[in-house]
Ligand binder design. Structure first.
Ligand SMILES: Nc1ncnc2c1ncn2[C@@H]1O[C@H](COP(=O)(O)OP(=O)(O)OP(=O)(O)O)[C@@H](O)[C@H]1O
Length: 262
């Protein structure tokens, strides 16, 4: 290669540039910049109310930013949301599913919406129901699912069209340990196959073990971001998180909570 030619920088799977969002007087996201490399397993961590869900919603076409840009594999999401959203799989937080459908119908519906043919959807739906241990409840209405089962069927819907970027808000919340391990395996194999995962979580240990990159967000801003090893330094991710975010309170007080009389 001639000396004056620098190698092209690979296009990130997701690039957030100067994202802002306010709800009335509350600034939820205050100028977030984030670069998620293609093929990475990216954790998004932060205290309650940090702006993770708002950031994820803006990054997946669910909530319009007040300012800033979202680039998915280099394409401006908000300039062409319908086309770009086809390449995305999203597990939103607390969004209502069509819960009068059975689990199998819901996955089928998601697949057909993405333009898959019926045979393809049927095959993938069977595989997903098996992987998420939902075969016995495939014909149960989603309204009758437990919180963890609902999370798993929503994740199956996010995967059915084989997106190349998966953005998951708290995918392990309410999920039992065996199912969580299965989900981790599915996501790890998805990343090995060239996909990119962005996942928000409050479980530092899980993020440390599962992700190769992490961003710590607080008060609507990124406090640290990069490879997990780099962000956590010599300590654990949890120690680094507490150091960056603060907010630990002394365990004294609450005398009225002590139940013993001595
Ligand atoms: N629809 C809304 N209307 C008003 N305020 C909102 C709305 N959505 C979020 N907020 C506020 O924006 C801030 C960021 O909320 P967000 O849900 O993005 O945080 P989070 O990091 O996902 O929190 P958690 O970890 O608790 O889920 C919070 O102060 C929240 O109260």
């Amino acid at each position: 290669m001639p000396d004056d030619v620098t190698p092209a920088t690979p296009t990130p799977a997701l690039a957030l540039r100067g994202l802002w969002r306010r709800f009335g007087p509350k600034i939820a996201v205050a100028g977030i910049d984030l670069t998620v490399p293609a093929g990475s397993f990216y954790g998004l961590v932060g205290p309650n109310g940090a702006g993770k869900t708002t950031t994820i919603s803006m990054s997946t076409g669910l909530l319009q930013p007040d300012a800033g840009q979202v680039l998915v594999h280099g394409r401006d999401l908000w300039a062409d949301p319908v086309a770009v959203k086809r390449t995305l799989g999203v597990l939103p937080d607390g969004v209502k599913l069509f819960d009068r459908l059975t689990g199998e119908q819901l996955i089928t519906y998601a697949g057909l919406l993405h333009g898959l043919d019926r045979d393809t959807v049927a095959g993938r739906s069977r595989e997903l129901l098996t992987a998420f241990d939902l075969v016995d409840d495939a014909r149960t209405l989603v309204v009758d699912y437990s919180a963890g089962m609902t999370k798993k069927v929503a994740l199956a819907c996010a995967l059915v069209h084989a997106p190349n970027l998966l953005v998951l808000d708290e995918p392990f919340e309410a999920v039992d340990p065996v199912s969580a391990a299965n989900i981790r395996d599915i996501l790890a194999s998805y990343v090995r196959g060239g996909g990119t995962v962005v996942v928000s979580s409050h479980v530092m240990d899980l993020v440390q073990r599962m992700c190769d990159h992490v961003a710590v967000v607080a008060r609507g801003q990124v406090l640290a971001a990069g490879p997990v090893e780099q962000v956590r330094g010599d300590g654990s991710l949890e120690d680094r998180f507490v150091e960056l975010v603060g907010g630990r309170v002394a365990a004294e007080g609450f005398a009225w909570l002590r139940t013993s009389s001595d």
